[in-house]
Design a binder for this molecule. Structure first.
Ligand code: HAM
Length: 440
């Protein structure tokens, strides 16, 4: 049997309804802050990522899915969205005009990493990017937006880690100092021995515990910030304080991509284990120019959706819609049931029936399995009298907080009685019952 590729997985129902829930909350919050959706190709020219993310990063050096197309052009499955969003913005001139330009995008990213808990080769991000404004107010607004989405979804503890990576001038000075510090250090991994001369900042992002140990006494970029960058960062922190956003200063936070300037941040979720970064982002003021565009200040973040889903509370996001199951016995009843479910759906009510002529008992357990709120029973007697039986289900999913799982209704909850409803009133009766349930 052919199986899915390692590190890539199927996201199956009912889990998919949790994903839809997360995405709908994100869309709602983006809308609140004035962000618009942008949808992009999954494939881009390799050069776009090599130039943006940086040749010395793990992503570009080791993790990209790169291949020649039939004409021999080198293409790459996007490992992140920031470079693609900016490419699309510049190509379509969306940066023109005054004010902040705000976009978001959702979708899969691809990195050839070692799969483990919380780390996949195809994973999903919720991305946010804002262009055109240098002011620290925008940095803070973007962080507030990120925390707004996360707090709507995660009641657990979140740690916001912040740093400033300065402008290119600060970075040149800092890299020189760091390179000097590293020059005589023994035992750096092979990659870092090279990086200390090619791009010393990347040593700080190395995953080797030994390299991290060596860095304990290394200089920190905060001491190399020019006055403008220091002021910018001080204002960001002052505003975070003003809005009561708790943060931790992380002077060694550099992020895994080369394009960052000034503010950089990550959010760690407690309970995720080793891969606890649920989101990351920062400013990247130089990237537009690097890609041949104008000077364009930019800032953004990406939430790792797979990781977020792992810490999403159990009872969040399952489909809570009341459902009606129409159980029918005999051909005339089945004919009527088929009409009833189509009419219910036309009224935007979720309805199901059995098409395989099962026994009433089997149909009722099907109704249970589907988490139906009401069963409508149509048998020979009902067809003869013109009265349908409407039975509130004894077991239904809502009692579990939405998870599609069968649970007996708890003690103390009185069940509504089964009722007989004339066929001509059935639709109005069910609509009223369901609406009452939705509003209760
Ligand atoms: P990143 O830190 O590489 O940043 O990724 C952002 C988030 O994506 C991580 O915090 C993590 O939750 C998730 N993630 C990354 N790799 C994996 C993986 N292999 N499996 C599961 N989840 C993963 C960026 O991608 C930047 N483009 C963010 C950004 C937007 N900066 C400015 N704008």
């Amino acid at each position: 049997m052919i199986k899915a590729i390692r590190g890539m997985r199927d996201i199956l129902p009912p889990e998919t309804s949790r994903w839809q829930w997360v995405e709908s909350v994100a869309r709602e919050v983006f809308d609140l802050y004035g962000y618009q959706e942008i949808r992009l190709p999954l494939l881009e020219r390799t050069e776009l990522f090599a130039r943006s993310i940086g040749e010395e990063t793990d992503i570009v050096a080791k993790e990209m899915y790169t291949f020649p197309d039939r004409k021999g052009d080198s293409l790459t499955l996007r490992p992140e969205a920031t470079a693609s969003v900016l490419r699309a913005v510049l190509e379509n001139r969306l940066e023109k005009g005054a004010g902040v330009k705000k976009f978001y995008t959702l979708g899969p990213m691809f990195r050839y990493e070692r799969p483990q808990k919380g780390r996949f080769r195809q994973f999903f991000q919720i991305n946010c990017e804002a262009y055109g404004v240098e002011a620290p107010e925008l940095d803070v607004e973007v962080i507030l937006l990120l925390m707004h989405i996360l707090k709507r979804l995660l009641p657990g503890e979140l740690r916001l880690l912040v740093n400033s990576l300065g402008c290119p001038e600060c970075q040149v000075k800092f890299k020189a100092a760091l390179g000097l510090f590293l020059i005589n250090r023994e035992g750096l991994c092979e990659d870092c021995q090279r990086r200390r001369t090619t791009n010393a900042l990347r040593v700080m992002d190395c995953k080797s515990a030994h390299c991290q140990g060596i860095l304990q006494d290394a200089p920190v970029i905060r001491d190399y910030l020019c006055p403008d960058c220091a002021d910018h960062f001080a204002r960001v922190l002052e505003l975070l304080d003003r809005f009561n956003v708790a943060y931790e200063l992380k002077p060694r936070l550099v992020r895994g991509l080369d394009y960052y300037t000034r503010t950089a941040f990550e959010v760690a979720a407690v309970g995720l284990g080793a891969q606890d970064a649920v989101a990351g982002g920062g400013r990247y003021n130089g990237l537009a120019k690097e890609l041949g565009g104008p000077d364009l200040p930019a800032i953004g973040f990406a939430i790792g959706e797979d990781r977020l889903l792992e810490v999403l509370p159990e009872n969040f996001g399952f489909d809570l819609r009341p459902r009606i199951f129409v159980a029918a016995l005999g051909e005339p009843a089945r004919e009527r049931a088929f009409t009833v479910i189509q009419e219910l759906r036309r009224k935007d009510l979720a309805a199901e029936m059995d098409f395989e002529g099962r026994s009433l008992k089997a149909q009722m357990s099907m109704a249970d399995r589907l988490g139906a709120t009401y069963a409508v029973i149509l048998g020979e007697k009902e067809i003869a009298t013109g009265l349908a039986q409407v039975r509130p289900m004894k077991k239904f999913s809502q009692e579990t907080g939405g998870k599609v799982k069968l649970t007996e209704v708890g003690a103390g909850r009185t069940l509504e009685a089964q009722e007989q409803v004339p066929f001509e009133d059935l639709m109005d009766y069910l609509i009223r019952k369901i609406r009452d349930k939705e509003n209760s």
